[in-house]
Every structure is written in C-alpha cells, then in structure tokens.
Design a protein around this ligand. Structure first.
Ligand SMILES: [Fe+2]
Length: 340
C-alpha cells in the first residue's frame, strides 16, 4: 500500500525537475594548455567545480519563476531586485564564461585589432599602462572579485573593479558598461600555484590574454543596444519617477485611487527632480526636454486635482484617471525618445 503512495510521489518529484536554462560551456583548450601560467589542476577545479556550481545553482534559483525566460542581460541589469542566489550565480556564470573566452595559450592567440589598439593608446598612452591600471585594480580588490576592462556607456574604455561575482552590467555597480576583459581574483583562480602571491598571478596572466578575442568583444560592445539600455538605466531621476508613477498609476487602473490621492505631491516632486536632472547623452535633446516639461505640468495638474475637495468622489476619480493616464503616456514618450 505504502509503495503505491510513494511511486506517484517519485514520479511527481522527477517531473518538477530543475530547469536547464543555462549550461556549462566547454573550456576551449585542455586544462594543461594554460601551463605554466595557470596550472592544469586549478583550471580543472575552476571550470568543472566552481563554474559548474554557478550554473547549477543559477538553474535551481530560477526554476519555476518568470526568470526562466529572462535573458542573462536582464538578470544582471536588475540584480538589485534579485535574490542573492540569482545575483551571485548569474554573475558567476557570465563572468567565468567571459574569462574562458579571453584566455588562450600563446600559440593560439590572435592579434589586437587596430581599432582597440588606437583606443587604448588614445586613452592610456600604451598597452603597458593599461595593464598596470588593470593590475592595480585587481591587486587592490579586497577579498574576492574581478578587475574589468569595459566599454562604458559613453563608448569609452574604462578600468573598473567589482566585488564577489558582480560585474558592470549590474545596477548595483557604480560604473556601468559592457565588460570585454575580466581578471578573476578569487583565490580559487590562483591559490594552488601562487598561494598568497596574487601579484605573481597577475604578472603571469597577461601571457594568456587573447587580444584578438578582446578586440572582437570591443567591436561588438560598441554596437550592442545594451550599452544604451545601461545608460538609460543609470538615469536615477527617471528610475525614481518611474517607481512612484508605477505605484500610483497601476492601482488606479484597478480602481484603487488611494495611492494616487495620497502620493500626488510626491509624484509632482519627482517630476520636478526629473525635469532638473542631467539626462544621459542619448536622451539629451529638445524633444526629451519638451516631454519632461509637459510631464511636470501634467503632474502639477494631477496634484491640484487630488487636493481639491469634491462633491462627487466617483467623478473625481474618473478625472484623476484621465490625467494620470496622460502623464503615463508622456512618461513612455520620454522612455521612447531616449533610444533616438
Ligand atoms: Fe573564478
């Protein structure tokens, strides 16, 4: 009898298995190929154990949630809204996948492109100066983390560092951009061979950097729409306004006008702050400024209406809904114009 009850349970448990949205990429070369700069055992444990664990734990964390269909960029961009499991493991998977791509034995490396070389010389005077800056960022990262060369939202190269498995795509990173070269400074990346001598590992790693792949990543990042998305996402006044707009407009769509009536002053204040904020370069144009002026006026209208005593509450709500809908349309106009 017991067996009859357990069998369907086993069948059910195997049915609700972990989603395999992400998979561990193969290492492009053998574990030994990175010797003598990184030893084979470190490469094996790093790839087969550490990276594999990030992939497995990421799949576990998103199973049964809407994040199963989110893109990796989306998981990373809104990391501050995610659980620690998603933030750490999505970062771990993305960061290590990039790391394996940009490492190659000397014999398999491609040359740097003239475009990337020119950009490096213009910004850092030489490749050696850039390496020094990256090594500084990597050696001063307290505890575990990464040093990055990225394309920032202004289209320029930048050297930054992030803690743990964070990266510059994440909204928790002060500096936003698309990484094109990453140096893993977790102890698991070097401890077996270098122990506490992180500096020796950082000296050796340059023998493995495949500048051809970094050049391809540089060209791709410059044309990646994600760069504009990151730039807009960094417009904090727009994010602040959006939050209050969402928390007042959406309840009103369901006939709940309490949030809008009590927070109309806050909505208007956020619209003023947005109008007076510095927009990102891609949104710094007269059409956006015009829309922001209209948005501020519209929010004032809403606030005045919300404050006004009313004989008929239902008709006041109807009027409020008409006005907040107009504000919502203008807001989306601003968002759309940012892409131009
Ligand atoms: Fe690592």
């Amino acid at each position: 009898m017991k067996a009859l009850l357990i069998l369907p349970l086993i069948a059910f448990c195997s049915f609700v298995s972990i989603a395999q949205v992400y998979t561990l990429p193969n290492l492009p070369f053998s574990f030994e190929a990175y010797e003598p700069y990184i030893d084979a055992q470190t490469m094996q444990i790093h790839h087969d154990k550490h990276h594999a664990a990030y992939v497995n734990n990421l799949n576990k964390a998103i199973t049964g949630t809407s994040m199963e269909s989110s893109s990796m960029n989306n998981l990373l961009m809104y990391a501050s809204f995610r659980s620690a499991a998603v933030r750490n493991n999505a970062g771990g998977h993305y960061n290590h996948s990039l790391f394996w791509e940009i490492l190659a034995p000397t014999t398999a490396q491609k040359l740097i492109s003239s475009e990337l070389q020119t950009a490096i010389i213009n910004q850092y005077t030489s490749l050696d100066s850039l390496k020094t800056l990256l090594n500084q960022a990597a050696s001063t990262r307290f505890g575990s983390g990464w040093a990055w060369l990225m394309v920032g939202t202004d289209g320029k190269l930048a050297v930054v560092s992030t803690a743990n498995q964070d990266n510059p795509i994440m909204d928790i990173s002060k500096d936003r951009g698309i990484p094109i070269l990453g140096i893993d400074v977790w102890e698991h990346a070097y401890y077996l061979k270098y122990q506490n001598k992180r500096g020796d590992y950082l000296g050796a790693i340059w023998n493995l950097i495949n500048w051809g792949v970094v050049s391809d990543k540089y060209a791709a990042a410059l044309n990646d729409p994600l760069l504009k998305e990151l730039e807009k996402d960094n417009w904090l006044a727009l994010k602040d306004f959006h939050k209050v707009m969402a928390q007042t407009f959406h309840p009103s769509e369901e006939n709940n006008f309490e949030p809008l009536r009590t927070r109309s002053g806050e909505l208007y204040a956020k619209a003023i702050l947005l109008k007076n904020s510095a927009p990102p370069a891609s949104a710094n144009n007269p059409r956006v400024q015009d829309a922001l002026t209209r948005l501020e006026k519209q929010c004032l209208t809403i606030h005045q209406l919300a404050q006004k005593p009313a004989k008929n509450e239902a008709s006041k709500n109807a009027a409020l809904f008409e006005q907040i809908s107009k504000a919502h349309d203008i807001f989306h106009e601003v968002e759309g114009l940012c892409h131009d």
